[in-house]
Design a protein around this ligand. Structure first.
Ligand SMILES: [Zn+2]
Length: 274
């Protein structure tokens, strides 16, 4: 799928509303509304991240954590190098990347907060199985941050003047579910702070697309993404999908998308020399 097709497929969430506050997502050029300050959101996220580190049990599996950091480092460098070579502004310039592995065997989840604060739960590693599978998930989560989806989400919420309760009804309780992944036992109201709002379908699809690009640039085998999402859907069979998947496209649709993108991405975004 070429970029134009991708764009028409994604549509534009901004419309004519506050056009001057519009920005575009990197690579896909999808229009985004941005009235909330990125710096402010990153700073809030960093604070919450510290709290999470205090309250959650960190895994003592140093080997696995190093593997996560290694994938992350390669992705960080590849992303910066890609935008540098393309003569574009590096969207991660104000990021302060950090990685933690949270010891929760039942949580098949990972996230990346605005500004590059990343967490992987030990339960996810049973599904990712190898570095390529793990890079698929990390690429997806990192893509949410690189494309500033939280800034966009917070901006949309402000424009619509939604209170938390109303927004939650709107999103079918998705906020409560999102709160639970991170907020459980931490007593933090993630939504009120504007961090980690559940993402919309368009953002999820964009994160899949950009995530594959970042994985490929970093030198990982993105064909494994198909196997990964098959394993994930197998794990979730007959059960309520984990929060991680709740606003994501269905596994079938997602795998179909990935298959459509694979060849183009492998050709257009080969491993980048840093
Ligand atoms: Zn996502």
């Amino acid at each position: 799928m070429n970029r134009r097709k991708f764009l028409s497929f994604m549509g534009c969430g901004c419309g004519s509303l506050l056009l001057s506050s519009c920005t575009t997502a990197p690579i896909t050029d999808r229009k985004q509304l941005k009235i909330v300050s990125e710096a402010k959101l990153n700073a809030q996220a960093a604070k919450i991240y510290e709290k999470i580190k205090e309250k959650e049990k960190m895994s003592d599996d140093k080997k696995k954590l190093n593997e996560i950091k290694e994938i992350g480092k390669r992705m960080e460098n590849s992303i910066s190098e890609y935008f540098y070579q393309a003569g574009l502004e590096d969207p991660t310039i104000y990021f302060d990347w950090e990685y933690i592995l949270i010891d929760r065997k039942k949580v098949r989840n990972a996230w990346c907060m605005p500004g590059g604060k990343i967490a992987v739960y030990t339960g996810l590693l049973k599904v990712t199985k190898n570095i390529h599978g793990l890079s698929t998930v990390m690429g997806h989560e990192i893509a949410h941050a690189v494309a500033r989806h939280s800034v966009e989400r917070a901006s949309q919420a402000m424009t619509l003047n939604l209170g938390t309760a109303v927004a939650d009804i709107f999103l079918g309780g998705a906020i409560n579910r999102a709160r639970n992944t991170v907020g459980q036992n931490t007593g933090l109201d993630i939504f009120q702070l504007g961090i980690m709002n559940p993402f919309g379908r368009k953002q999820e699809t964009e994160a899949d697309y950009l995530g594959l690009i970042f994985s490929s640039l970093a030198g990982y085998d993105i064909r494994e993404s198909i196997n990964l999402w098959r394993r994930m859907s197998e794990k979730n069979k007959g059960k309520e999908p984990p929060v991680f998947l709740s606003t994501h496209p269905s596994s079938k649709k997602r795998i179909e998308n990935l298959k459509n993108w694979l060849t183009e991405i492998i050709t257009k975004y080969p491993p980048i020399k840093v």
